[in-house]
Ligand binder design. Structure first.
Ligand code: F6R
Length: 608
């Protein structure tokens, strides 16, 4: 995720900005840049790659003189990592500089309007639209120009802005993307996260949605989007820097679990337009989509589990046969495919060796390959015929959570798109599905509110030897992921089984008190899963059920129930996985495991 640092005061700005950006490096980025006002002009330096490159280019900031500036580390979304696409972005006369975190969702129509008015664009980014739009509205009053821009842009943003004509002030703006400002005896600061400025000040103000802050050398003024001044109380930060990097969370994994509503929202909102799904990146007409007669989903680990869910959802909605394979098997099994086959490869890192090999194998056999990838510019993103990015931001914990959720959301959108192209659902059903999809982030927030309840339950299983997960259909796919989350970070042995299959052997492992987690989110299968619960309880199992509120029979059938809010059965995975992630996390924490870096595992598996 991108980082922002800004400074205005009596000291040299560039070294402070570089230092602040270095403290945000843990968020992941692929390029960096700074704009400093030297008393006459805005000077800018940008460089793709590590922050070190920018440091070397500016001799640690020494060659960029000036006491006010803004800096940025970019994690590419719109446009590949490159010097040109890095921030800051300038207007044509180089008198306004902008750094931006977030996504401007309506940048395409805005860019078109500005182009029609004669503006030219240097980069492929959504952010450059902001620099030109500010230029368009700027008539001498920065606050007026900024608030006019805010009324025009849709999406999420945290901004730092410089105006060359106003050498005693810089501006900060925020909507749905974190931003703070801080003050000290020798200057004021902007930062996208506390650790960036903790060395200089512990007095910070959290900028709220649609607020504008005017920072002077020794003053901070806050304004609403209607230019009315607002009073704000400072907060004194008493965390240590390491905790602050995790935004107060004990582990990156927990932070990322909490970032799931945003990851889903950022992935779906640019692609849901009214009651329609628009995936321009596919570069396929509805006719071409309808011509796809067989789909393959290929991935590893959790991404494979997303594929298992995708099979159920796509077959239910679009009635196209889907084969799901782990990439290490697919690449050697001589798969049968032709020009009517499409292969979807799913990968957070975009670098997983087996998934990349499966992609190459499929392309060599004439199939079109669509990548669902989180890391922009990664090998899979570059080599696939088309790439649908998940916008989960960098995932630091080895065990995936938010990228998994964003991958699910991407597949749901694809399933709706394929179903509409095949006319297997009508527009009313599509509208209902899209409404439910948009509601998922809020419903996940509600489930996250049950954290303490899950933690108390998980504490009882810190000493467990075996834990089983069962479910049918999509619930089996959820069980696979719930089981993997638990075992990879807590080292408790766990298996996931199709609920009806357990009695064909594995049920012999159930002993008195063995925990069985039964997932039951599909109304047509409620009764069937209850029958399987009865079977394991008869062998002494303790059953935790994860089910829908309406499934009242589960209260009696199980020993402990976690209820989920109502959604379309196709999307149930996105809700049911939340208590299971929290359960795995708290068992691991209870055991004192290194949650973010489990033994034997790597974040990106680039070997076969
Ligand atoms: C489990 C986990 C792994 C990855 C797998 C694929 O929590 O993170 O199972 O899902 O290694 O990685 P990507 O998605 O980078 O291809």
């Amino acid at each position: 995720m991108c980082g922002i640092v800004g400074y205005i005061g009596s000291r040299q700005a560039a070294p402070i900005i570089l230092d602040g950006l270095a403290r945000l490096e843990y968020r992941g980025y692929d390029s960096a840049g700074m704009a400093i006002f030297d008393g006459e002009h805005i000077r800018m330096k940008k460089a793709v790659g590590r922050l070190k490159v920018l440091e070397n280019l500016t001799h640690g900031g020494e060659t960029m003189k000036g006491c006010m500036g803004i800096g940025h580390t970019r994690w590419a979304t719109h446009g590949a990592p490159s010097d040109i696409n890095s921030h800051p972005h300038l207007n044509t006369s180089e008198t306004i500089a902008v750094v931006h975190n977030g996504i401007i969702e309506n940048y395409i129509p805005l860019k078109k309007k500005l182009t029609d008015k004669g503006y030219t664009f240097a980069s492929e980014t959504d952010t450059e639209v902001l620099a030109h739009l500010l230029d368009y509205y700027y008539k001498g009053n920065p606050l007026e120009a900024i608030t006019k821009v805010l009324h025009r842009v849709e999406g999420s943003y945290a901004l730092g802005i410089l105006f060359a004509e106003h050498p005693d002030e810089i501006y900060a703006v925020r909507k749905d993307s974190p931003l703070i400002v801080g003050s000290s005896d020798d200057g004021c600061f902007i930062a996208s996260d506390v650790p960036a400025i903790l060395k200089y000040t512990r007095t910070v103000y959290y900028v709220d949605n649609q607020e504008v802050v005017k920072l002077g050398k020794d003053s901070l003024q806050f304004f609403s989007v209607d230019q009315e001044e607002i009073t704000k109380e400072p907060v004194t930060i008493d965390w240590d820097a390491n905790a602050a990097e995790k935004a107060g969370y004990e582990h990156f994994m927990l932070k990322e679990i909490y970032e799931q509503p945003k990851a889903i929202n950022d992935t779906i909102s640019p692609r849901l337009q009214g009651d329609n799904v628009v995936i321009d990146e596919l570069h396929m007409t509805d006719g071409e989509l309808a011509a796809v007669k067989r789909l393959y989903i290929v991935a590893c680990g959790s991404a494979y589990h997303v594929g298992v869910t995708g099979k159920y959802v796509i077959e239910t909605l679009a009635r196209i046969p889907v084969e799901v394979d782990v990439a290490s098997e697919f690449r050697y099994r001589d798969p049968i495919m032709d020009e009517n086959s499409m292969v979807i490869v799913i990968s957070q890192s975009g670098e997983t060796a087996d998934t990349l090999a499966a992609l190459r194998e499929s392309r060599s056999r004439g199939a079109k390959v669509l990548g669902i990838v989180n890391v922009v510019g990664s090998s899979i993103a570059r080599e696939a015929d088309a790439c649908l990015y998940t916008w989960a931001g960098p995932e630091i914990a080895v065990a995936t959570t938010k990228a998994y959720s964003a991958q699910l959301a991407a597949l749901y959108m694809l399933a709706i798109k394929l179903a509409l192209a095949n006319e297997t659902i009508d527009s009313a059903r599509a509208a209902g599905l899209i409404k439910d999809l948009r509601t998922l982030p809020d419903q996940i927030e509600l489930l996250l509110g049950q954290k303490e309840k899950i933690q108390r339950f998980a504490n009882r299983y810190v000493g467990a030897k075996d834990i089983f997960f069962i479910g049918r259909g999509i619930d089996y796919a959820i069980s696979l992921e719930g089981s993997l989350k638990l075992k990879e970070i807590s080292y408790v042995h766990s298996e996931a089984y199709a609920a009806g299959e357990l009695k064909h052997g594995t049920i012999s492992l159930i002993e008195d008190g063995t925990l069985v987690v039964a997932v039951s989110t599909q109304p047509k299968l409620y009764q069937k899963t209850i029958s399987n619960i009865v079977e394991v309880k008869a062998r002494g199992a303790f059953v935790m059920a994860v089910t829908n509120e309406e499934n009242k029979a589960m209260e009696k059938a199980s020993d402990y129930c976690v209820y989920l809010p109502e959604t379309d059965p196709c999307f149930a995975n996105s809700l049911a996985i939340i208590p299971l992630q929290l359960f795995g996390y708290y068992v691991a924490v209870g055991k004192g495991c290194d949650v973010d870096k489990p033994r034997n595992l790597a974040k990106s598996v680039t070997v076969e």
